[in-house]
Ligand binder design. Structure first.
Ligand code: ZN
Length: 417
């Protein structure tokens, strides 16, 4: 794998950067002795902020490697550190990727820098991340479907490592971030044309579109995109009923999505961890159930971020979904929210109806393929209704999926016409 990379990088250096030699300066470090071998190439651009970040990364990698050598001098093998790069510049931005390999370990670092504005940019800055990750998800299944770990995919699909060139947006997934069985970095390239990028940040070049048909047979072993699916969702938890609710789901081979409140997370760390292990998904439902449409921008962002932070700190998990409390949302709120907003189309009204049988009827009577059912995990009657709801929907041949799985299935079906 490494040999292939080096060949590819050499080609890229010769062809890709041939006409830009004047803009950038290539720094090289080559050192070799009995114990180790270092080969580093990296670009410097005369943009101070960018150069500082690159040099800092190179310097740290180099120092750490040398420190490691002092600790373990082996006579039989020669340790190796290699760093190479790709470089792309258009009218607005510079995109640099550093590929590091240290003995058997790979690491990728990306720098995307808007030089006119003197700042680093994130993916969301110039492209709809929803589109990107829908396509990425499909391509990942197509190329790595046999090794992907669904729970890791859910957690890590939104990678911060990306770069662009004339033709493609590249997303990088480090070893073990999406699979426990795949030792190399997973790289996805998405033709820019496919993303309808309208901003000036990226120069669009017409290029033949890559076919992205999905190998359904491979995908089917993970999720059957042809089955009727339904997503159960529970809001306002966690609560004293959560533990029983996730047990009922597990016994029935079902999963659900829980939109939880930040202020309740700490008290239910263990049960939330178990819920994730059982294959359920957690979404953000604000910190303490505020009417977001009545809040200022900073307050909305704080409601969101505090909840993301406490979930991450407590569970090491980053939600990608958001459901506004009271379903209270408008354009103003939407623009403060980076997560996917998920509402519902079947409302059990379990906060209002005290009768279990009424909740069961409301949950099951009008369910269709891809329905999203709204319930609350804060009522005992909802917990009591759950086994019967699952039984009836199973009888109607529905498969239970989380919201992220539902989105995967939608994009798979879209790709397959
Ligand atoms: Zn709520």
């Amino acid at each position: 794998m490494r040999a292939k990379w080096i060949l590819f990088l050499l080609l890229f250096l010769c062809i890709g950067c041939g006409n830009r030699k004047n803009d950038i300066k290539i720094e090289t470090i080559i050192e070799e002795n009995r114990h180790y071998k270092i080969g580093i190439n990296y670009p410097l651009t005369h943009y101070q902020k960018l150069d500082d970040s690159i040099e800092q990364y190179i310097h740290t990698s180099y120092q750490n490697f040398l420190k490691q050598q002092e600790k373990e001098i082996t006579l039989t093998t020669q340790n190796e550190l290699n760093i190479d790069y790709t470089f792309y510049q258009n009218k607005e931005m510079i995109s640099i990727t550093l590929f590091k390999s240290e003995n058997e370990e790979e690491e990728i670092k990306t720098f995307n820098y808007a030089y006119k504005k003197d700042c680093f940019i994130s993916l969301e800055k110039f492209v709809s991340s929803e589109d990107v990750y829908n396509i990425a998800n499909t391509l990942l299944f197509k190329r790595f479907g046999n090794v992907l770990d669904l729970s890791l995919l859910k957690k890590n699909l939104h990678t911060s490592l990306f770069s662009i060139d004339e033709e493609n947006l590249y997303l990088y997934y480090p070893p073990y971030s999406l699979s426990n069985h795949y030792l190399d970095t997973m790289i996805i390239d998405i033709p820019l044309q496919k993303l309808n990028i309208e901003t000036e940040e990226v120069k669009r070049v017409h290029h033949e579109m890559m076919s992205a048909e999905v190998d359904l047979e491979k995908v089917n072993s993970i999720i059957d995109a042809n089955k009727k699916v339904v997503a159960l969702t529970f809001d306002d938890g966690p609560s004293p009923y959560t533990d029983e609710i996730i047990s009922i789901l597990k016994e029935n081979d079902a999963v659900a999505t829980f939109f939880i409140l930040g202020n309740k997370v700490k008290n239910y760390a263990a049960v939330l961890k178990k819920s994730l292990e059982y294959g359920n998904e957690l979404g953000n439902h604000t910190y303490n159930h505020k009417w977001l449409t009545k809040l200022k921008d900073e307050e909305i962002k704080k409601q969101m971020q505090d909840t993301q932070d406490i979930i991450y700190e407590t569970l090491g998990y980053t939600p990608v979904l958001f459901r506004p409390s009271y379903g209270s949302i408008n354009q103003h709120v939407r623009k403060d929210i980076a997560l996917d907003v998920v509402l519902w189309n079947i409302d059990t009204m379990d906060w209002k109806y005290k009768s279990t049988s009424k909740i069961i009827t409301r949950a099951t009577a009008n369910v269709e393929d891809k329905s999203i059912i709204l319930m609350h995990e804060t009522y005992e009657r909802t917990k009591k209704a759950l086994p019967e709801i699952i039984r009836i929907l199973k009888e109607k041949d529905f498969v239970f999926v989380t919201i992220s799985e539902l989105k995967q299935i939608e994009s798979l079906r879209k790709y397959n016409g």
